[in-house]
Design a protein around this ligand. Sequence first.
Ligand code: SER
Length: 808
Amino acid sequence: MNLQELRALFIEFFSARSHTVVPSAGLIPTGDPTLLFTSAGMVQFKKMWSGEVSLPFTRVVSCQKCLRASDIEQVGKSLRHLTFFEMLGNFSFGDYFKHEAIEWAAEFVTKVIHLPQDKLYISVLDEDEESYNIWKNEIGMSDSRIYKLGKEHNFWGPAGGRGPCGPCSEIYYDLGKEVGCGKLDCKPGCECDRFIEIWNLVFPQYDAAPEGTLKPLKNRGIDTGAGLERLALVMENKKSLFELEVFKPIIVEIEQLFSMKYEENKTTFNIIADHIRALTFAIAEGIYPSNIGRGYLLRHILRRAQTCAFEMGIKNPFLYKLVPVVAEVMRDQYPELIERRESVSLVVKSEEENFLRTLDKGTEVFNQVISEANTCTLSGENIFKLYDTYGFPPELTYELAKGKGFESNKLEFEKLMELQKERARTASKFEAKDVEWQVANPATSGEVFKCNHTEFVGYDTLTTKAKIVKWRNPQSPTPNPQSPSLFELVLDRTTFYAESGGQVGDCGRIYNDNLEFDITDTQKLGDLYVHLGSLKRGNINTVENPAASGDDVICEVDKSRRKAIERNHTGTHLLHSALRKVLGNWVHQEGSLVEPDRIRFDFTHFKPIEQQEMEKIEHLINNWILENIKVEISATSYEEAVKEGAIAIFGEKYGEKVRVVQIGDISTELCAGTHIRATGEIGILKIIAESSVHAGIRRIEAITGDYALQWLNKYESELKAISNKLGVPVFETQQKVNALIESETRLKNRLSQFEQTQILGLVPEILSKKQRVKDISVLVAEIPSSNIDTLRLLADKLREGEKRVGVI
Ligand code: SER
């Protein structure tokens, strides 16, 4: 039976028992920032048990694609672990519970797929008498086959550290002594390959809070997971997952690529065959290898496969050639892989090429470190150096070190990483300044003016009345009220946008009759907005000046600067969208800077953007600008927004209510920044530079509005100056320049020929100056030449007939 048939049998079995068939969700969990990848069938249903959402169904069956990297070290060595796999599962939300779940599982394994009873074993949580009794009395499983195990084995979840969890009962299959550890106490739950867990029946009844407390779930129920590949393994009576039909074509291809036999290299081939499946599926969904979050995990998977091959002497990219094989094997269930195999291959290849460069240098340094070591522990400092200077991932260092019999001082390495982060933090704008704040003076305002939160009102208006809450003079260790220098002001409300999400802080004026500040930047300090600037008029001394004591000031944002920033911010969203449309859906924002005079946008992509692609991107964006599409802003819950397809930036923290910025059907992003009302206000967007930031990350710089016009004008006037010099119209300059270059080359060649003839004519005269010092000929001469080729030719002529020559 192939996987396709097995999947169908499972789905049919439960759908005949009133389960709704739900398709597999993606590998990126929607609206669940606690998980990097979908690691189980239950992930897409987490909220059904807690009752946070209304229930469209109470019984579900699914076959979910999953990615789990928690066991990655085992993959390849163990015969039963995979990073990418499919999980069959049946689920109940406040519907049936233990009886039905156990009865149906028992029926499926013994009556539908006919696994021999004498190979099956069961585990239950030691305190779960109910499940024990169902297996024993209702199913008829003998005592000797039911194991009561502790919480470490038989309490499942929560996935991602919070949410549904509960006791579980597992079904094991005995693969035979020959694959076991041979220990006397080897039994279900043992780490070895003998007893393979084929189905986990979880009884979610608790809702775990992040700090670990358990509350009862509103809709307690059932969550089961059966590894599709594992079920196939036991049905086909094989000993290793890698003997399954889904792996065969991949392994055969590796044999051919490496000209090596599987039998002699099982572990490495297994690792590669597993990892390329994970990579193909993840990249096809638009996840791209990078240095953070899920991209980092993907990078680790790729590098692990590549390192194994590298150690066997494979020094060329090869993984990308396996992508079409994976797509072909899985095409029946996942036809989208066929469609995307070429772009996935390209991503894999470029990542392989990058890593090969790192590997070459890094392994050299690693080997040197090992050879110089006088203990069997690799120091944290060396691990850090390999990582920080050579880009060598720590996980890889650990694994290589282990292979050489070395321990790794992970703790010391992590400390050094922490220190580095700390250095980066203190180098940032705020934390470095340690000056006391001056609070508003109660003597003149009558009461202490307290405020822990600045209200931002600058989305809809640029001017507002506000009160000064506190201030300081960051340049001097003690506040200096007389100094006209820098000030930091905190207000209770403001129209000034504080730098965040890539958008720079606002500039402008804060003033009243007695005071005037010129504000040059705005930053956030927790929930407070700090306005940085200099005092232009008045005195902030609180006794003389009640304005500093909690009285009103007016904040007025520099309007034209803000407008320019808004053009660029909306322009950034259009750029993001155009990049995804033209290059591919793996393009993700990695960082951005939105200033009044330019946009800087970093994103995941694996190669330089070609001229044609660039033109397409620019054309798309400028068409959207011409269409003058409305920019609509709304507030909603994070889940709703992501469900509707909004792009969230991984690693960003979003509050309960999120702001959604939608530009027609072109772009929907979660964004707290300020935007123009309609795309037409951008005027024009011009891309002015494209470059590489580091492996896999590209950068685009662009300008809009007046800045773009100025830039184009400058280009134009340069071109005009050139055409004037050349004495031809602008549109003929290229032709004229080509002609000039050709004529220059011709002239150079003629000159060089002329020089050669002339110099060769001098040979007899030069040679006549040859002297003999002992048995060596010495020739000293000055040669009139400007050309290296002529010199070479002359040197050849002069040394003719000499055995050994030194030339200075
Ligand atoms: N959540 C359980 C598991 O992942 C059963 O689906 O094993």
